[in-house]
Design a protein around this ligand. Sequence first.
Ligand SMILES: Cc1cc2nc3c(=O)[nH]c(=O)nc-3n(C[C@H](O)[C@H](O)[C@H](O)COP(=O)(O)O)c2cc1C
Length: 398
Amino acid sequence: MADATSQGGHTTLFSPYKMGKFNLSHRVVLAPMTRCRALNGVPQPALAEYYAQRSTAGSFLISEGTIISDTGAGFPHVPGIYNDEQVEAWKKVVDAVHAKGAIIFCQLWHVGRSSHEVYQPAGGAPISSTNNPVSRRWRILLPDGSYGFYPKPRALETQEISQVVEQYRQAALNAIRAGFDGIEIHGAHGYLIDQFLKDGINDRTDEYGGSLENRCKFLIQIVQAVVGAIGADRVGVRMSPAIDHMDAVDSNPLILGLAVIERLNKLQQNWGTKLTYLHVTQPRYAAYGQAEAGKPGSDEEEAVFMRTLRKTYHGTFLASGGFTRELGMQAVASGDADLVSYGRLFISNPDLVLRFKLNAPLTKYNRKTFYTQDPVVGYTDYPFLNKSNGKEEPLSRL
Ligand SMILES: Cc1cc2nc3c(=O)[nH]c(=O)nc-3n(C[C@H](O)[C@H](O)[C@H](O)COP(=O)(O)O)c2cc1C
């Protein structure tokens, strides 16, 4: 009888996968998710428990966005990886994940203009590709739990950009020192790198603005610097050409996505080694298709968009965004993705992999606790299935 590992000979979410040098036992990946529990930027014991809960042998986890420098934060209590205290604290988290036999990458993050003076050293302006702020359509979560407007950023001077590239390189080295198996460069969702990629934000007139070549330059320099430091086989890249989060619109998301991919392919060819993976966020109607008709894109349009990127990239393709068990099964069976990352469902189902395997009911997530600081409530207190009877059981409070 066919089981969930290979239904009728097809690849399923439970087929093993060789991701570069890493042997994964299945294809359900923990998506990077900011959870605001790293008090003052330092991972706490609760993070070790949270990630360990979501780890099983051969699982692949991507950490929450982790800040590369003291100008990089735009949420309360997000972890950093730019000083020794943070590196030491991360070691305990990574050890807890490794003890379960899972693999974990650190997502390197700089929010750029999606920040606020309260998160900046000495209350300065956040840095970006531009002097224009995020529009008032969007609000920023402040440390006291209230929401504010995004302030006017300061466009990086041309000669400052190499310093930021260097911060990514150093952060990657720190991540390896902390024991992470690799890093993911967060080039998605309207944050600093996306602020260079998208022509709806990047209004520079120097070598980092204007043409596609120039807008891709910042990301590509970061990829090169990080790969030079830790090796391509420990580096993933995330992008979201069609996601308009925080005004990150582009006049041609497909062409932008293909431009990034062509450059990554070329680098891989030159190195003779592949990056670990490319991680792309599904538009799911967010932006793609709106430009021409003013209507959201269709399912088909979206599938064509993702498939075109997938076919063009020479390497492991990780898809994210709005996947259910069924959609994930379809994506891997059809070859639209090698791996699928799950976000919200993984927040409220620490044993998501097992639940998917059994096709067991899922616990609903509570949005209200996504970004709160309690180390237990809405964080490590979601129930596991009782393995003997398939019913949920609450976690014991240690
Ligand atoms: C609470 C929360 C925090 C997130 N934080 C990050 C982040 O730090 N970095 C990132 O690249 N994406 C982040 N995302 C996006 C997720 O990685 C994922 O792509 C998104 O949730 C869509 O997947 P889903 O439909 O399975 O939830 C976050 C999403 C949520 C819900």
